[in-house]
Ligand binder design. Structure first.
Ligand SMILES: [Zn+2]
Length: 106
């Protein structure tokens, strides 16, 4: 199945402390149905100095979000929207905004 969210998409967070914020998708974790979004869902982690250059101490890091808790931002609607799919005549499958029907992948 094609994915509704892809890397480098701008998404809006629907739940949690970052609700309403927007960010860019860094990584899709398909198996876990999670996405990693730049600067979103930051958590502090204690890290031991291990290996060569790793710094010990507390670091801030993004934690993945559930893919169902984010929505793709439609540039036309300027909000997080539901995504549908449309099959083009040349056989390509593109994502469309369910609100304004604008094609997202062109
Ligand atoms: Zn739209």
């Amino acid at each position: 199945m094609a994915h509704r969210i892809r890397e480098n998409d701008t998404i809006e967070v629907l739940t949690g402390k970052d609700r309403g914020r927007r960010g860019k998708v860094q990584r899709i974790m398909t198996r876990e149905s999670r996405v990693l979004v730049e600067g979103m869902n930051m958590v502090k982690r204690h890290q031991k100095a291990s290996g060569d250059l790793r710094q010990a101490g507390i670091i801030s890091k993004e934690a993945p979000l559930q893919i169902s808790n984010v929505r793709l931002v439609c540039t036309q609607c300027n909000t997080g929207v539901r995504v549908g799919f449309q099959l083009l005549e040349d056989g390509r499958k593109v994502r469309v905004c369910r609100s304004c029907q604008q094609m997202i992948d062109v």
